[in-house]
Design a protein around this ligand. Structure first.
Ligand code: ADP
Ligand code: MG
Length: 266
């Protein structure tokens, strides 16, 4: 039977989720039929896959209540399918509402057909509540990955996200280290992963090729396919595809977290 694999990528805002989602999606398109669903009100997950910003489901529905699949799903690099849920204007309403509306529309339009081999959700996860928890709660995503760097706030957010994952009894597949270039960064992230009962599934170095590709609204895989950076995204994509170890995380208490982090600060 052709079971669709569905994964959700969570992490603090600005940590590098969309860059990772777009680049691993580009890697998967070489062999698989892939759908990418941007669940961040910033609505920029698919920009580098499509070559520009897409209209969001929330905005499309404002104009056209009868929107059909072809109105909300767009093709990008190597035929990848792209969707942006969108969100309300800043300061108005629940930021996660876009995800709730988008998911029920996609369901109604029968987007989740089984000829899809992979669905990737890109979810803003500073707060795992309301709409942002939908991909976890409603059984949409079978596997969850958290992106973090070695910075305090990124790890703090990662720890909070793991609390949400535990509460909703989802499967944590691992931690992705998106490096900022800090000292002992991989070591910090590695130890954090172990402490919460998980593992590091991939390490992405900091690279100026990311920005250079972004300027052109392209992924690194498209713009610099032969680069080491592109190879690092391919390797991460492979690790996730082959991953068979999942856990319900054991998040750290705040004191425990601070103690852990202090250890690396001298
Ligand atoms: P998020 O989706 O988590 O909000 P983004 O993927 O949009 O984060 O990344 C935020 C910024 O960081 C972007 O401008 C991107 O170019 C930059 N960035 C992400 N990953 C890397 C990296 N490995 N090296 C250099 N810059 C990066
Ligand atoms: Mg993003």
């Amino acid at each position: 039977m052709n079971k669709t694999k569905s994964i959700a990528i969570y992490g603090k805002g600005g940590i590098g989720k969309s860059t990772i989602v777009a680049n691993i999606a580009a890697a998967y398109t070489e062999h698989h039929k892939v759908l990418v669903i941007g669940c961040d009100p910033k609505a920029d997950t698919t920009r580098t896959l499509h070559g520009g910003r897409l209209p969001t489901i929330l905005n499309i529905l404002k104009e056209n209540k009868q929107a059909q699949a072809q109105d909300v799903v767009f093709k990008g690099y190597n035929r990848v399918m792209c969707v942006e849920s969108g969100g309300p204007e800043p300061g108005v309403g629940c930021a996660g509402r876009g995800v709730i509306v988008a998911m029920s529309l996609l369901e109604r339009l029968d987007i989740f057909r089984d000829d899809l081999e992979l669905i990737i959700y890109d979810v803003l996860g500073d707060v795992v509540c309301g709409g942002f928890a939908v991909p976890l709660r409603e059984d949409y995503a079978d596997e969850v990955y958290i992106v973090t760097s070695g910075e305090y706030m990124a790890l703090y957010a990662a720890n909070n996200i793991s609390k949400g994952i535990k509460k909703l009894k989802s499967n944590l597949g691992g931690i992705i280290c998106n490096c900022r270039g800090l000292e002992r960064e991989e070591e910090i992230v590695e130890e954090f992963a172990q402490k919460i009962g998980s593992k590091v599934i991939g390490v992405i170095p900091r690279s100026e090729l990311v920005l250079k590709s972004e300027y052109d609204a392209k992924t690194v895989l498209e713009k610099f396919p032969e680069s080491d950076q592109a190879e690092d995204y391919r390797k991460l994509a492979r690790n996730i595809w082959e991953n068979s170890e999942f856990s319900i995380p054991s998040p750290l208490e705040v004191d425990e977290f601070d103690q852990f982090f202090r250890k690396f600060q001298n």
